[in-house]
Design a protein around this ligand. Structure first.
Ligand code: BG6
Length: 280
């Protein structure tokens, strides 16, 4: 079943229910807010204090950071993580492939508003597949006559039982940029979180694992060789107006990215797909 709903503030959503799972997607930012397989806890964390207002970033789910990840490299006044996450997408297609699987295709094209932020003609397509596995695929097409470079992320916020129960596997020996110290370091073994963490891993494999007590979430990626691991911990959570003070205890971001040396150059007419799939 696919249902379109609108909140009292005019925020538009698509809700999905099939034999495998339920999901909810906001048209703003093609933003997946919720995915849950029947009889398992929700996969994604969404802040109870998140803004669900037109033009404001949503805290949780899977924001799409595009066409730049993090701060803009030249102009700090431009929005962090780009403008896609706060822009309304069009719903192009919905498909109930079978009783277990539902697909959505959402689109954003360059417009007067986007050209004010970023002077290129483009099309981005976001394909979301809700089944026993969740897949999000972000395709960027260069529709301009000049080349452009993008950095991007599928900024997944995972819901976890407690951060002290969690480890991330698959990044042993990977080099990372620690944004808190502005230093490059090497990961040794699994990642355990006991303080603020904000790292961009480079040259990563296409399979990572989030282990949360007896729950194992497999993260499979395509078109990405960087991964961002972020938890704001207590002080930063308190400073953020859209997070509860202790919310860092039940979330962890592991983002499928094209960042730093993994930026993508696209010639006119070229396209690139960044994709992540999760199963647990
Ligand atoms: C992460 C960044 O991807 O997103 C962090 O690495 C940042 O530095 C976090 O704090 C949240 O960003 P925002 O713009 O949603 O507050």
């Amino acid at each position: 079943m696919i249902t379109k709903t609108k909140s009292s503030t005019g925020f538009e959503y698509i809700e999905i229910e099939n034999n495998s799972a339920t999901a909810k997607i906001a048209l703003q930012g093609a933003h997946l807010l919720h995915y849950q397989q029947h009889d398992t806890p929700p996969l994604l964390w969404l802040s109870e204090k998140s803004h669900l207002e037109s033009g404001k970033a949503i805290r949780g789910g899977i924001p799409i950071c595009w066409p730049w990840f993090g701060k803009h490299s030249e102009d700090a006044a431009l929005p962090q993580h780009g403008f896609a996450r706060t822009t309304l997408f069009s719903l192009l297609e919905t498909k109930e492939t079978d009783e277990d699987t539902t697909e959505l295709l959402l689109q954003l094209r360059s417009s007067v508003e986007t050209l004010a932020f970023w002077p290129y003609e483009f099309e981005i397509l976001v394909q979301i597949t809700v089944g026993p596995t969740l897949t999000v695929a972000l395709t960027t097409r260069n529709c301009d006559t000049k080349p452009f470079t993008i950095t991007s992320a599928l900024h997944s916020y995972f819901s976890v039982s407690h951060i002290s129960n969690v480890s991330v596997q698959g990044l042993d020996k990977a080099e990372y940029w620690d944004s808190l110290t502005d230093k490059n370091k090497i990961q040794h073994g699994a990642i355990y979180i006991s303080e603020e963490v904000d790292r961009v891993y480079q040259k990563v494999k296409d399979e990572l694992t989030l282990q949360d007590r007896d729950r194992t979430i497999k993260i499979s990626t395509k078109g990405s060789s960087s991964a961002v691991v972020w938890n704001p911990w207590s002080d930063k959570s308190k400073r953020m107006d859209d997070m509860q003070a202790n919310a860092y205890e039940t979330m962890l971001c592991i983002e499928t990215a094209n960042a730093l040396a993994d930026a993508q150059d696209l010639a006119p007419g070229e396209e690139h797909t960044l994709q992540c799939s999760f199963c647990s």
